[in-house]
Design a protein around this ligand. Structure first.
Ligand SMILES: Nc1nc2c(ncn2[C@@H]2O[C@H](COP(=O)(O)OP(=O)(O)OP(=O)(O)O)[C@@H](O)[C@H]2O)c(=O)[nH]1
Ligand SMILES: [Mg+2]
Length: 441
């Protein structure tokens, strides 16, 4: 996600990041680099213009404190502006006081509505609600079946009434929810290739019949500015209250993510990053800004870990991180847990400094098996105190694991880097991270 943008921003800021002196010239250069990076990521030009002028104003006006370098202070300004652009804080889903709450999923054809409806259902159930999916896309023959299959896969009930009118289907669904005590209805609606009047009228009718507590506009993150334009059209007719960005796992340049909130004034509530039903995250502006600036997203990483890892283990790891006693044994345990968390590249992209590291490491499952074999070939003491592993031990480990001494060297070096990163993370408390900023990127 955002790979290209992350690299370009990194390049633009690198020159001034550690500089002791800021002047018109180096600030100007950095700002031009940032501007270019954003435009190339397909961010709306007006949004870019405002962004740059806000950064310029704040960067020039900031008091430089002793503890950080002026360059780092500019990075902080960019980070804060990114957070502002992405919408300050996470905005949760709204529910109505009288059940069932109705959540209407709308958007263009193929944007990912049906998939997201199922994902949302699974998420809400995890948070203790009792949702039911409603099949209100009656135009595409396979649509009802698609939702039914998705629902079955995650064990969620799907309400359908064939090709009855959507308003009637939904009214019947509300009745049924009351009968069964379901507290949330997630309504999958039909998409269209272009925004046509009849389709909008149908959605308006659903809105006034159902009084949804939430209308979520699903935007295909890969389509960049187009997604923003059609969002505006939906906003005019339906006044939706939240946005879902899908397909953020693809080679999306990030433009939609960065402009859609500013242009519509509506918060992004979720991002979806894969075809599987668990590939979805609540959207947190601050975490995303950190990811975009290559500072990683430690909070989401920890949350994902907590989902995949049993609680006790997560606690233990947190303690180790605090005490800075992270060993190769822990690293090995982590690898096992990481495997459960999802595709390697997505998980790693949340680590601070990962953007650049990923390019060098190219994590893959095969590489992981090699790492496991190497760690297996070490003695207990070596795993605890990797700095003891000298030349002859490296040779032994390599032959024991069917790898080369270079492989062992690389692993130990990476492990050292990771320890260093973890020490730095320990020093920053994740929220106040920007205040201290011993940057690792
Ligand atoms: N890679 C990726 N694919 C996705 C994501 N979300 C949805 N898709 C895929 O995109 C395609 C369209 O998804 P649907 O959920 O059917 O989209 P829709 O908006 O319901 O489509 P219509 O009902 O035809 O308007 C499917 O092949 C999905 O598997 C995502 O976050 N990442
Ligand atoms: Mg659909």
């Amino acid at each position: 996600m955002f790979d290209d943008l992350i690299q370009k921003l990194d390049g633009a800021i690198r020159a001034i990041r550690n500089t002791g002196k800021l002047n018109e010239k180096n600030i100007g250069e950095a700002l031009r680099g940032i501007q270019r990076a954003l435009l190339e990521a397909d961010v709306h030009f007006k949004v870019v213009k405002e962004f740059i002028s806000a950064v310029r104003e704040k960067a020039v006006g900031t008091e430089v404190t002793r503890s950080v370098s002026p360059g780092q202070q500019v990075v902080k300004v960019v980070h804060d502006e990114l957070v502002r652009l992405l919408g300050h804080a996470h905005v949760p889903i709204a529910f109505s006081g009288i059940p069932p709450s109705v959540i209407l999923i709308v958007g263009l054809q193929g944007s990912g509505k049906t998939t997201f409806a199922a994902k949302l259902g699974a998420l809400l159930r995890k948070s203790g609600r009792d949702p039911m999916l409603v099949a209100a896309d009656i135009y595409r023959p396979a649509a009802i079946k698609q939702l039914a299959t998705l629902g079955k896969g995650i064990n969620l009930p799907v309400f359908e009434k064939g090709t009855l009118k959507p308003v009637l289907i939904c009214k019947a669904a509300v009745e049924e929810a009351r009968k069964q005590g379901k507290d949330t209805l997630i309504v999958d609606t039909a998409g269209r290739l272009h925004i046509d009047d009849a389709m909008m009228a149908e959605l308006e009718a659903l809105k006034s019949a159902l009084h949804p507590s939430e209308i979520l506009y699903v935007a295909d993150g890969m389509t960049g500015q187009d997604a923003v334009k059609s969002a505006q059209a939906f906003l005019d007719r339906l006044d939706f209250n939240g946005i879902v960005l899908t397909k953020m796992d693809g080679d999306s340049r990030g433009g939609a993510a960065l402009s859609i909130r500013a242009v519509t004034g509506r918060p992004i509530k979720f991002i979806s990053n894969g075809e599987k039903t668990d590939a979805v995250e609540p959207f947190h502006p601050e975490r995303m800004a950190s990811r975009i600036l290559g500072m990683g997203d430690v909070v989401t990483l920890v949350e994902k870990a907590q989902e995949a890892v049993d609680h006790e283990q997560a606690e233990k790891l947190a303690k180790k991180l605090r005490k800075e006693s992270f060993t190769l044994d822990d690293f090995y345990d982590q690898l096992q847990q990481v495997k459960k968390m999802g595709p390697m590249d997505q998980v790693l992209s949340m680590l601070p400094g990962a953007g650049r590291m990923m390019k060098q490491v190219q994590p893959d499952e095969k590489g992981m098996a090699r790492v496991e074999a190497m760690i297996h070939s070490m003695t207990r003491e070596e795993r605890r105190k990797p700095h003891l592993i000298n030349g002859s031990r490296r040779k032994r480990i390599a032959s024991g694991s069917g790898t080369t001494v270079q492989d062992v060297n690389r692993l130990l070096k990476q492990f050292q880097m990771m320890q260093k990163m973890i020490r730095q993370m320990g020093r920053m408390n994740t929220r106040g991270m920007m205040n201290k900023m011993p940057f690792s990127f």
